[in-house]
Design a protein around this ligand. Structure first.
Ligand SMILES: [Zn+2]
Ligand SMILES: [Zn+2]
Length: 93
């Protein structure tokens, strides 16, 4: 069994090394494809996502999927918010 680590682009968090939780890609192919797009992962669901994880850092509020926000935030959206919201850097933990 491989180590659980986050597939999100630019993230190297892994289970046991970071306090965040690892969330397995959904079994639903359509939903998993949305996750892959958010993570900026190339390839197709069957090859990549079936045994892949995304850590809770990339979800709204940083605490994993919720009813309101079941998908990870897209890589691009995160970059935009980092650029335009520089004040947030000092406030976020
Ligand atoms: Zn991550
Ligand atoms: Zn994380």
């Amino acid at each position: 069994m491989g180590r659980r680590f986050c597939k999100y682009q630019g993230c190297s968090h892994s289970a046991g090394h970071n306090p965040c939780k690892m969330h397995r890609f959904p079994a639903d192919e359509e939903k998993a494809t949305r996750w892959m797009r958010s993570c900026n992962l190339p390839g197709v669901y069957r090859n990549l996502a079936a045994n892949s994880f995304v850590c809770s850092c990339h979800f709204e509020g940083g605490s994993g999927p919720s009813i309101e926000a079941p998908d990870p935030l897209p890589v691009n959206a995160l970059q935009v918010s980092e650029i335009s919201g520089f004040v947030l850097n000092g406030l976020s933990t």
